[in-house]
Structure formats: structure tokens, C-alpha cells
Write a protein that binds this ligand. Structure first.
Ligand code: SF4
Length: 223
């Protein structure tokens, strides 16, 4: 049975303080130099590591880093750069179509609002949130797989909550100006510490706050 108690407000604030002290100025590990490059990198990042994405995008951006130039590569041309990334067939199709739409409908300018971004193929709420917050400074708290897992293990959100519900809860508990950093801090925490497989509970700085961690520690001692 999946047992989960809710974290109380003091515990949640304490968790955010620990994360912040550990990593006060978090930045994404994706390499980009324009909002468009960021959009492409995030669009390619589902089920892939940032390192894997960078390995594909750095050479591609040298040749093509505008919507026109990437559309001109064609789907096969895009695939030749991104074939080492998971789901590359679908991602190449989406990237190609997205670039075409950006050229035709948006004058090759990346829209700064979520609704327009989410109208692009392959761009969901998470990607749109990452782009508006990192490229345009619009407060947003993107919930990816790491953020979702950490929030649920700690009991900040229920196991059955959708990513959107997790996002809403996290936004309620953190001030607007901290949303972007909180997103990034939770990603790092999930990626390197509270990993999907084998989270490092014995050395976790928030073990005291984490019911899931305590449960895991107990079962390790028993076995
Ligand atoms: Fe994750 Fe374990 Fe830390 Fe809980 S105690 S946050 S499950 S690493």
C-alpha cells in the first residue's frame, strides 16, 4: 500500500530552504544562447539527458540555429543530428513542423506567452514553462519527471496528482519570484540525489522530512 502523509507548511518551507542553501543559483545544464535554441533543446529533452541533448544540439546549432535554417534541413537533415536522442523520429517531425509554424505564423520570433508556445507541435506545458521562465523571465514553475517525483515522495503532492496539480501546489507554497529557481533546484535534487532508482536516502539532507525516505530506510534495515 502506498502510504503518504501530507507535509505541513513548516516542513515544506524547510525543504525549500535546504534546497536553496545547497544550490543558491541554479541554472539549466542545457546549452543555448537564444530563446529559440532553448526551445529546441527543451523540445528534444523528453526522455533524454541534458548531456545527450547538448551532444546533438551543439553541432546542429553551428549549422542551423534559426527556425528558417532548421526547417531548411528537412526532417531527415534534423534526424542526422539528433539520432542519438530517444524518440528522435517523432522529435524530428515535431521540430520541423514547429520551425515551419514559427516562420509562417510568428515571423520567426519565439512567442513569449505560454498559449502560443503550447500551440507548437511537441511543445507541452512543461516546455512552455521552461522557455518563458528561462528565456523571458516570466515566473513559471515547470514540472518535469524529477520535480514530480520529488514532490510526491516528500508528500507535497498526492501520488495520483497530475503534473498540473503538482505545479499548482508548488506555486501555492513558493513566492512567485522563486518559481524558476525552485523548478531548477528540484530538478537537480531529483536528478542527482532523489533519483528514480536508488534514491540516496541514507545521506539525504531532508530525510527527517520525508516519509518515503524513512519507509525505505526501515525496509533496508529489515532486509
Ligand atoms: Fe528522496 Fe530519500 Fe531524500 Fe526522501 S529521503 S527526498 S526519498 S532521497
Amino acid at each position: 500500500k502506498l502510504y503518504q502523509r501530507k507535509m505541513n507548511k513548516a516542513e515544506i518551507l524547510s525543504f525549500f530552504t535546504i534546497l536553496r542553501d545547497d544550490n543558491p543559483n541554479p541554472t539549466t545544464e542545457l546549452i543555448y544562447s537564444t530563446p529559440f535554441e532553448l526551445l529546441v533543446a527543451v523540445l528534444l529533452s523528453a526522455q533524454a539527458t541534458d548531456k545527450g541533448v547538448n551532444k546533438a544540439t551543439v553541432p546542429m546549432f553551428k549549422v542551423a540555429n534559426t527556425p528558417e535554417a532548421i526547417a531548411a534541413l528537412g526532417v531527415d537533415g534534423i534526424k542526422s543530428y539528433i539520432k542519438t536522442i530517444g524518440l528522435f523520429n517523432t522529435k524530428a517531425e515535431n521540430l520541423y513542423k514547429t520551425c515551419q509554424i514559427l516562420v509562417e505564423k510568428f515571423d520567426s520570433v519565439i512567442p513569449e506567452n505560454r498559449a502560443d508556445l503550447e500551440s507548437l507541435p511537441g511543445v507541452g506545458r512543461k516546455t512552455a514553462n521552461v522557455v518563458v521562465s528561462n528565456a523571458f523571465g516570466v515566473p513559471a514553475l515547470a514540472v518535469d519527471t524529477h520535480v514530480e517525483r520529488v514532490a510526491k515522495r516528500l508528500g507535497m503532492s498526492r501520488w495520483k496528482d497530475s503534473p498540473l496539480e503538482v505545479e499548482k501546489k508548488l506555486m501555492r507554497w513558493t513566492p512567485k519570484e522563486r518559481w524558476t529557481d525552485t523548478h531548477q533546484q528540484m530538478i537537480f535534487f531529483g536528478r542527482y540525489h532523489c533519483k528514480a532508482q536508488n534514491p540516496n536516502c541514507p545521506e539525504c539532507p531532508v530525510l527527517d522530512l520525508c516519509r518515503e525516505g524513512k519507509k525505505r530506510m526501515k525496509s533496508t534495515h529489515r532486509s
